[in-house]
Design a protein around this ligand. Structure first.
Ligand code: HEM
Length: 509
């Protein structure tokens, strides 16, 4: 009897092993077929030869030269070229406005491959969702960026900037070089928390140990690592790896921060009656109110899970992008004192002794606005975005790709494309004079993307960057630290491996 049982158990093991083997063989066959189809589809698009296993990943060394390497390849392969992330994931890298126009004016959805890595963090919020879900949420959330809602934010953004600038007094006294990105991140987090969630986090003054900011850095690193390491493209392998373990741990920190923001607001809006009272009384509904009050034509609101995904999305998109943009603007102005001087004169005239910015001032600083745009051109905070096409697509030069093809749009590559921009690496704000803009393709400058999936927060972001730049230049002279040039790197957003350092001096009244 025992012998029969042992025999049955061995047989079961053999069957199980055979089943696993079949599953593995099937999966490998599917992947090889996928590779064969991708190679065939990309026939018309020459590009850098990929390594059979690593693809093109090894060419990009994460040492601050990767984005410029893409630009160099763009000179060799005009319009577009394929890039392989590992042996099976192939993306057409596009770096010309004419290609971008065709792709981004279509309704091509976000690329599941690329965005799934970020989804475990920010959920299926507006940034990553597609189809009807995206359409419904975009309609529900658009009122949160109406200009009546944005107006009162000017004061809150000015307050957050002033807190940051007061902290900088010690650097102004000693003249020492200091790192901007972390400081600006705290400022933009403080500001989005106040504007969108009416939440005073005090994150700028709690000794710089904000766990959420730390979690955001770590998650950006882990997502970048996952994208580059092809075995990590598999959910199971990543989940079982030490990095997957760390990812879950850090996600919990980020999520508990969001949950706390939602919990506190729900507590103050306990009953439907209270909600209606607040809605009627409060002149300035914030983003969270709009999310909580949002109802579609069937009177359906957002579920708790939807709510958390949108809050996570706005918390991340609303501060990290602007922090990257702002840090590079201040850095660019430090490197170009001649433009900095013109901006300061313009700002001093508009502020006329005030130490805060008003709504009506925002349109009175055209030179500063051009400098901001020029910095967003050279240092786009979202340097790469991804799409998959659901229908075949033909481009201006007649080349086509079939349904299911993956794309990465190199915003950085378009902004530095020498066939579009004269002397692309030179900081020249006059490129944004209206007469110069009208001579260019509207798709040559796309820091906020274009088309139906453009950035919903672009006015919010532009206002914040104008306010922070104006108040900074009013108080300090920005000076380049030539010993510490930033080494830029795409880590979901544009970051610098060695930070962004400048020196400052107080402006004498
Ligand atoms: C300088 C600052 C910013 C830049 C450069 C920027 C850039 C972008 C880009 C390029 C996209 C398209 C992404 C893609 O196609 O994958 C995008 C989408 C988005 N941005 Fe921004 N963004 C900025 C600030 C903000 C702010 C402040 C908010 C919110 C308060 C925000 C919220 C969003 C959302 C929700 C989306 C997804 C929109 C949709 O798909 O319907 N962004 N942003």
């Amino acid at each position: 009897m025992a012998l029969i049982e042992a025999f049955a158990s061995v047989q079961l093991h053999v069957w199980f092993a055979a089943l696993c083997l079949v599953a593995v063989v099937y999966k490998v066959a599917m992947l090889l077929e996928k590779r064969r189809v991708s190679l065939r589809n990309m026939d018309a698009f020459p590009g850098p030869p990929p390594h059979w296993l690593a693809g093109n990943v090894l060419e990009f060394k994460q040492d601050g030269t990767d984005l410029d390497r893409f630009v160099e390849l763009g000179k060799q392969y005009p319009y577009a070229f394929p890039i392989w992330f590992g042996p099976f994931a192939c993306f057409l890298h596009i770096h010309h406005p004419d290609y971008v126009k065709t792709l981004l004016s279509s309704t091509a959805p976000k690329d599941e491959y690329a965005y799934k890595f970020i989804e475990s963090w920010i959920g299926e919020g507006l940034l990553v969702s597609n189809g009807q879900r995206w359409y419904r949420h975009r309609r529900l959330l658009t009122p949160a960026f109406h200009y009546d809602i944005l107006k009162p934010y000017v004061k809150l953004m000015s307050d957050s900037t002033k807190t940051m600038l007061d902290k900088w007094e010690r650097y102004a006294k000693t003249g020492e070089s200091f790192e901007l990105f972390q400081q600006v991140s705290l400022m933009t987090l403080d500001s989005i928390m106040k504007c969108a969630f009416s939440y005073d986090s005090n994150c700028q003054t709690d000794n710089g140990t904000n766990t959420y900011i730390k979690a955001v850095y770590e998650l950006s690193d882990l997502i970048n690592l996952r994208f580059r390491t092809f075995p990590y493209h598999n959910d199971l392998i990543f989940a079982l790896s030490p990095h997957g373990f760390k990812h879950r741990k850090v996600c919990r920190v980020a999520h508990s921060h969001t949950a706390e923001v939602i919990r506190k607001r729900k507590e103050t809006l306990k009953t439907v009656k209270q909600m209606e009272q607040v809605k009627a009384k409060r002149r300035n509904l914030d983003f969270l109110d709009i999310l909580l009050f949002a109802k579609d034509e069937n009177q359906q609101g957002l579920s708790d899970e939807d709510l958390r995904a949108e809050v996570d999305t706005f918390m991340f998109e609303g501060h990290d992008t602007t922090a990257s943009g702002m840090s590079f603007i201040l850095y660019s102005l430090a490197c170009h004192p001649e433009h900095q001087r013109i901006c300061r004169n313009e700002i001093m005239e508009v502020l006329d002794g005030k130490d805060t910015m008003d709504w009506k001032d925002l349109n009175k600083i055209p030179y500063t606005t051009m400098c901001i745009k020029e910095s967003l051109r050279l240092y786009p905070p979202a340097p790469i975005i991804f799409r998959t096409i659901t229908k075949p697509m033909t481009f201006v030069d007649g080349r086509s790709l079939p349904e299911g093809s993956h794309f990465c749009v190199s915003v950085y590559g378009i902004h530095r494309n020498a066939t579009v921009w004269e002397n692309p690496n030179v900081f020249d704000p006059l490129r944004f004079l209206p007469e110069n803009v009208s001579k260019r393709s509207p798709h040559a400058f796309v820091p906020f993307s274009v088309g139906p999936r453009n950035c919903i927060g672009q006015n919010f972001a532009m206002n914040e960057m104008k306010i922070a730049t104006a108040l900074t230049l009013k108080k300090y002279e920005l000076i380049e630290d030539p010993t510490r040039k930033p080494k830029i790197i795409p880590k979901v957003l544009l970051h610098s491996i060695n930070g962004i350092h400048i020196k400052i001096k107080p402006i004498e009244p």
